[in-house]
Design a protein around this ligand. Structure first.
Ligand code: ATP
Ligand code: ZN
Length: 583
């Protein structure tokens, strides 16, 4: 189970590498951000050398010095940070979203399947704190049964629907089960990546059973005043009981019921413990066959406190995974029902191209397409709209004004992406290169090379090595074409992925002769990254694979040139273009 998930995570990683690839390159192509320490930053502030700062809730902040240089430093995220800046006569620009970098990352994480979120990013706390202020007032809000939602509104997810259908009968005929002495489940946990329809399923359960639906989100309870969370839980259950049969939905339950592991986890706070205890008490408090079902949802079942999963609590666990190609087709069809599609639209093909899209992303894809068609006053939605929308859903809006991008930068991006695409074609032939683009997005991505691995359960050592080479392909192309001293910052996220992949290869999967079959992760835990033996070995592996990659590029430089020049001409290459160029 655990390994399986790891394999999945790894698979997700692969597809994202290419996408992540030029995250930095665009940002850095316009402005040259220099990383400075926070201490240094403070001294600049004191000496009045800072002109402006861009502020958001990502781990890094950027800004400009009076001498015209741009910098990036750590975001202290303290409460009066902004005030202090303003007091020092520094212009503060607040962006409500994340920085371009963070948005790129967040998007990738989304794609990663949320299982991996905790590994990379832990910036939810601040956001939640802000959110909490906004939602404090309406936590106990009840949404009476969303009459219209039924299992028909959920496409794919057949297994989950199957399990939930049983529950409909439990809710409607508790007496029947009572007669047989059967214990009705009280809690059901839906787990899986974001946007896969967990909320939708819970609503459909209430809709099918024709009972009221009460919903709260775990994150609403974080850092509320002492005792408030617990009392809110009690009110919620009281209301539900008053209405007799009902479905109580708790989204993001991980925010409440995180494993307690000492001082460092934000889940182990006294307050969330108290709220969690209230929840557990309430759950064991209602009579077994009352017809109340508590449905909880999480993206991260691995972080949940075991207490939640015990019998009598959320003892039914239903996985809600990313849709496979058939399910994607069904979801696309469902969300196209009310939309005029042109005959040219082949939803089966779209389903094939949308590997790793969640239901929410597919819904979004169709919606964006419809918006485009409407904006252009076109008679119906055609493939062009869908192609455009595909890009928007994946990497954000295309940057409209691209005239300001220097040709030299475009050329670098073109060769970088061509490097990824070419290496994919050369080393992992069964992977499809479905799209290569050098159109920068408004979210700060310089370009991407999208590669879809074949559907398979396991990855071989060779697969991993190939994926590492694909990740290194961008940098290798830059070096071969522009020379050792002209390599750019555009490869940083590629290198991160390559490093992570080699670390899991040798540290988790026991795929290295020298290091043997040891699972270093279980010995070293979180500290695996700091282990000297592992670091030395990863360095060797990466060095060797990089040389191999470079050699491949040199041997196939004609192909690389062809891909890059077509990219410069067309900005976007599709699968046919790629197949034609490298056959
Ligand atoms: N299987 C599906 N069938 C039809 N529509 C879907 C499906 N999955 C997701 N969607 C669409 O995506 C939207 C968002 O899904 P939903 O909020 O249920 O996801 P979720 O798993 O609860 O996400 P999160 O974990 O982020 O809360 C739905 O309202 C629906 O339009
Ligand atoms: Zn790259």
């Amino acid at each position: 189970m655990r390994i399986d998930r790891k394999v999945k995570v790894l698979l997700f990683l692969i597809i994202s590498i290419a996408l992540l690839s030029s995250l930095y390159s665009y940002m850095n192509s316009n402005k040259n951000y220099k990383e400075i320490s926070y201490k240094r930053f403070l001294s600049y502030v004191e000496n009045g050398q800072v002109e402006k700062v861009e502020l958001d809730d990502s781990p890094k902040i950027t800004g400009k010095l009076k001498n015209g240089n741009y910098f990036v430093t750590d975001n202290p995220r303290t409460e009066n940070f902004k005030e202090n800046l303003l007091k020092n006569n520094i212009k503060v620009k607040e962006t409500n979203g994340n920085s371009a970098l963070m948005q790129g990352l967040t998007f990738i994480l989304f794609l990663l399947g949320i299982g991996a979120i905790g590994y990379f990013l832990n910036n939810n706390m601040t956001k939640q704190a802000q959110k909490e202020m906004a939602v404090m007032s309406n936590v106990d809000e009840e949404n009476f049964s969303e009459k219209d939602i039924s299992f028909k509104d959920v496409a794919g997810n057949e297994e989950a629907i199957g399990s939930l259908k049983e529950l409909v009968d439990f809710i409607q005929n508790p007496d029947k089960y009572d007669k047989y002495g059967a214990r009705i489940p009280r809690g059901v946990l839906l787990y899986g990546p974001p946007g896969t329809g967990k909320t939708l399923l819970a609503k459909a359960l209430a809709g099918e059973a024709k009972v009221p639906f009460y919903s709260v989100a775990g994150s609403d309870f974080i850092q509320v005043y002492a005792g408030l969370g617990a009392s809110r839980i009690r009110t919620l259950f009281k209301k539900a009981k008053e209405s007799g049969k009902s479905v109580i939905f708790i989204d993001e339950i991980d925010a409440l019921g995180k494993k307690r592991k000492g001082n460092f986890s934000n889940g182990g706070s006294d307050e969330s413990d108290r709220t969690l205890n209230a929840l557990l008490t309430e759950m064991s408090g209602f009579k077994e066959n009352e017809g109340i079902i508590v449905v909880a949802a999480t993206n991260r079942i691995d972080t949940l406190d075991e207490a939640l999963l015990r019998p009598g609590r959320f003892d039914r666990q239903i996985e809600v995974g990313l849709p496979d190609v058939n399910a994607r087709y069904k979801i696309l069809s469902l969300h196209s029902k009310n939309k005029p599609l042109s005959d040219s639209v082949n939803l089966k093909k779209v389903a094939h191209e949308t590997v790793y899209f969640s239901g929410a992303m597919l819904e979004n894809l169709m919606n964006e397409s419809a918006m485009l068609a409407a904006k252009n006053n076109d008679p119906s939605i055609n493939m062009n709209h869908i192609d455009k929308a595909f890009y928007t859903v994946l990497v954000g809006e295309e940057k409209k004004d691209r005239s300001t991008i220097p040709f030299e930068d475009k050329k670098i991006t073109a060769y970088h992406e061509a490097g990824h695409a070419l290496i994919t074609k050369l080393v992992s032939k069964e992977n499809r290169v479905t799209k290569v683009s050098i159109i920068p997005s408004t979210r700060g991505m310089g370009g991407f090379s999208m590669n879809i691995p074949p559907d398979k359960m396991y990855q071989t050592k060779n697969d991993i090595k190939n994926n590492i080479m694909v990740a290194l392909g961008g940098r290798a192309a830059e070096e071969v074409v522009f020379g050792e001293n002209n390599i750019t910052t555009g490869a940083s996220s590629d290198l991160k992925k390559a490093t992570e992949m080699s670390l899991s290869m040798i540290g988790i999967y026991g795929m290295d002769k020298e290091l043997g079959l040891l699972n270093y992760e279980s010995i070293l835990g979180q500290n695996m990254e700091g282990n000297k033996i592992l670091i030395d070995r990863i360095k060797d592996i990466l060095d060797n694979l990089y040389s191999e990659t470079k050699k491949l590029i040199i041997d196939n430089i004609d192909y690389l040139d062809k891909i890059a020049s077509l990219l410069l001409e067309k900005e976007v290459l599709d699968e046919e273009d790629m197949n034609r160029l490298v056959s």
